[in-house]
Design a protein around this ligand. Sequence first.
Ligand code: ADP
Ligand code: X15
Length: 394
Amino acid sequence: MKKTLKDMDFKGKKVLVRVDFNVPLKDREVTDTTRIEAALPTIEYLIKEGAKLLLISHLGRPGGEAKDELRMDPVAKKLANLLNKEVKKVDDCIGEDVEKAVADLKDGDVLVLENSRFYPGEKKNDPEFAKQLASLADIYVNDAFGAAHRAHATTVGVTEYLPSAAGFLMQRELNALGEVMENPASPFVAIMGGAKVSDKIDVIKNLITKVDSLIVGGGIANTFLLAKGYELGDSLVEADKVDLAKELMAEAEAKGVKIVLPIDVVIADDFSNEANTKVVQADQVPAGWQILDCGGPESLEQYKAIIKDAKTVIWNGPLGVFEMEKFAHGTIELAKALAESDAHSVIGGGDSAAAINKAGVADQMSHISTGGGASLMFFEGKELPGVAALDDVE
Ligand SMILES: Nc1ncnc2c1ncn2[C@@H]1O[C@H](COP(=O)(O)OP(=O)(O)O)[C@@H](O)[C@H]1O
Ligand SMILES: O=C(OP(=O)(O)O)[C@H](O)COP(=O)(O)O
């Protein structure tokens, strides 16, 4: 059991809080505040307890150097709006200016540090960088579930130098994901979509040992269809993963797990929303055409029947290229089917969470994770480095 906020006394303490404020920006404005809102319970609790808060996050992938368009200022501004309280911001995360700003903090004040990935030491988990960060604070709290699969200085390194605990969001995510993986009501159904089989192999391998049915959609379904000997035209396939797909299907069969592939699919003559499209059987994709949505009517009927009977469903990755209107149908219909079912539903962040929002059914899901990569690692059955590094309850 990891220490949580309730195990610690924060009054008057400088608390370095790792949050995942890696949010989408447009013209230097935050366009989706989900991740900021998800961290509010921890932030508000620490303010109430009289801590001095130093919030740190990465934003985008600046590659170890300062990039003005990836500064944390718009995030700090949004946080101030949401908290309805002044939020200070410094243009660095270590060094003299930061030390000064920290020294000026009063109990309950909030200071946002600069993007941690402006320093190459962040991703390298450089002990020197971690030590300098840690020297700013008395306690470290990790509430960045979305970054917990990264062994970086702000998620792992700093725990070497400070007493540490999990924040409320971290706790909520671990409980929700842990419950479905350890104690799922059956039938337990997993839906895996997205672009690449190579990203999902370990997840599929682990899920086969747990679920009753595994619906495989999105680009990754193509490689499984290829393994069944189907002609797939110009569809995205990973030819070098065909043998693996065969192995996974054999393994699933031996375990009595149903791997559910699309029956009919939406195909297009170009990877574009302006392409010509039609619905065909999955083994009838002509040359020059590609599968861009697994949601043909027969496929959807099949998925809906499975979901209707399910007691637990986890979902990671869209069924098609849902960013394009013409190929979003399957993903949106699946989201709606999930909303209508009585199943306990857990959505694994990233594009699947975006699809759920697009379908307008977010409030009908049991849990939508704030982490894409992190929830995938969890579904792989692996311990997240950012969690493993936190102090255990004595
Ligand atoms: N049939 C397909 N062909 C090509 N790309 C696809 C297909 N189906 C889905 N995709 C793409 O997969 C991407 C999401 O993949 P991935 O990053 O693995 O999912 P997630 O972010 O949910 O983990 C989306 O950008 C989507 O357009
Ligand atoms: O947005 C994130 O990942 P996600 O899109 O997989 O949830 C996290 O903030 C981690 O970011 P990273 O993948 O640049 O390490």
